[in-house]
Design a protein around this ligand. Structure first.
Ligand code: SF4
Length: 410
């Protein structure tokens, strides 16, 4: 693979520089040291931070953005020898190269499918691209800045979804204890949620999440400097506590407390099964079998879209059918518990509805795979994932900085 060498000349922003040192660093990074060779920069020395993806070379500009050149096509023959001519480029250009190049680390980005991936794709294909391609390897300290930033944005949450997650995780905690035969007092569940909420808020407010974006909570509101005063925080916390109390005091919870632990098939564990040669990930809130019917539960804190719920629970039903083939004839149903209304809604999961969901999932897998430039290596390019025009969605999207739709926020 060609790379830069001392003695070569670079043309950056109409200024000529002569390289006198090229030092490979970790990952794709190169440190360059150059001496000005044109009249305006004669004798000046400059350190340049470069990133190389195959033949594409990016040099970071001082005020943001990049200079870019192709090591095969951007050489100019001049009387004083060949010169590599750089052109202005953006962070998105670098991300585009990143997603067309296989991962460098031990973890390849393998194509898989999940209901949440599908939902992200249907909301905005560009957000899907950032989430599942551009952010890959952004956890590595030596990854280029746009990749690390995309990974940071990927891990941001916002107050409303965080509040729901807090409640779901507390329910999971209570049910996991029930399943293990070690029930826990309702007051302890609430107290545990409170401690967790305070820790999350602190890690976000202090900015500590930026060091460990996948382990600590960071709120979009803090990242984008939105107003997040104490009243917003108090009302989110109050809502979380109300929803959790609703569940803990509901007849459904009482019923679960009376059920033998052996009837619990699963409480929010990550599982996978295979469909259309693709690994499909599922994580059910709760599944149980009372000897008569298999029940798949899902907790919802907000408005319920019947078609979406049918799809989501249908995917879980497909998993159950593969994971427990001997139970093929056992009836199955979905139960959605709407926390805000304290009501349960039944979802039909029979062979007809499951077949319809299976067809939709297979179509979705085929559509997502068609967007790849290299299906084997799961590589793709940004131009296949257009931005949406509905700016109301962008206003609360964690990726709005990358799309240039966060003006005046940072
Ligand atoms: S800011 Fe808008 S266009 Fe960009 S990823 Fe988010 S939703 Fe899509």
């Amino acid at each position: 693979m060609p790379t830069l060498k001392p003695g070569q000349n670079l043309l950056l922003n109409n200024r000529l520089w002569s390289l006198w040192q090229v030092t490979p660093r970790e990952g794709r990074r190169l440190d360059l040291e150059a001496i000005g060779a044109s009249e305006s920069a004669q004798g000046m020395t400059r350190r340049l931070a470069a990133v190389q993806y195959g033949l594409e070379l990016f040099i970071a500009q001082r005020r943001g953005g990049y200079w870019r050149a192709n090591l095969e096509h951007d050489w100019q023959e001049t009387r004083s020898g060949p010169i590599l001519e750089f052109h202005p480029a953006t962070r998105l250009d670098l991300l585009d190269c990143h997603t067309q190049t296989p991962a460098q680390g031990e973890l390849p980005n393998v194509f898989s499918w999940s209901y949440s991936r599908w939902a992200k794709y249907r909301t905005c294909s560009r957000a899907y691209y950032y989430h599942y391609y551009a952010a890959w390897e952004g956890w590595q300290p030596e990854a280029p800045e746009p990749v690390r930033t995309t990974y940071l944005l990927k891990n941001l949450t916002a107050i409303a979804p965080w509040m729901s997650t807090l409640v779901y995780e507390s329910i999971r905690f209570a049910l996991a204890r029930l399943r293990a035969g070690q029930p826990i007092d309702n007051s302890d569940v609430v107290a545990q949620m409170h401690r967790r909420a305070q820790a999350d808020f602190e890690s976000s407010k202090s900015g500590r999440y930026q060091q460990k974006p996948n382990a600590l909570i960071g709120f979009q509101e803090h990242y984008y400097n939105a107003r997040l005063d104490a009243s917003v925080w108090r009302s989110a916390w109050q809502q979380a506590e109300n929803l959790l109390q609703t569940f803990l005091n509901a007849p459904l919870h009482a019923d679960l407390q009376q059920s033998p632990a052996s009837t619990f098939l699963d409480v929010e564990t990550l599982h996978s099964f295979t469909l259309a040669n693709t690994k499909v990930w599922v994580q059910m809130d709760l599944a149980r079998f009372d000897g008569q019917t298999i029940e798949i539960y899902d907790w919802k804190s907000g408005a319920i879209d019947a078609a979406e719920v049918q799809r989501q629970l249908g995917v879980y039903g497909l998993y159950i059918r593969q994971a427990y083939p001997d139970w093929h004839r056992i009836p199955m149903k979905g139960i959605v518990y709407a926390l805000a209304k304290d009501e349960t809604i039944e979802v039909e999961l029979n062979s007809t509805t499951l077949e319809a969901v299976e067809t939709e999932v297979k179509d979705s897998i085929a559509e997502m795979r068609r967007l790849l430039t290299d299906a084997e290596a799961n590589l793709t390019k940004i131009e296949r994932f257009p931005m949406i025009t509905d700016l109301t969605v962008c206003r609360t999207c964690q990726y709005r900085e990358l799309c240039g739709r966060a003006e005046n926020e940072r």
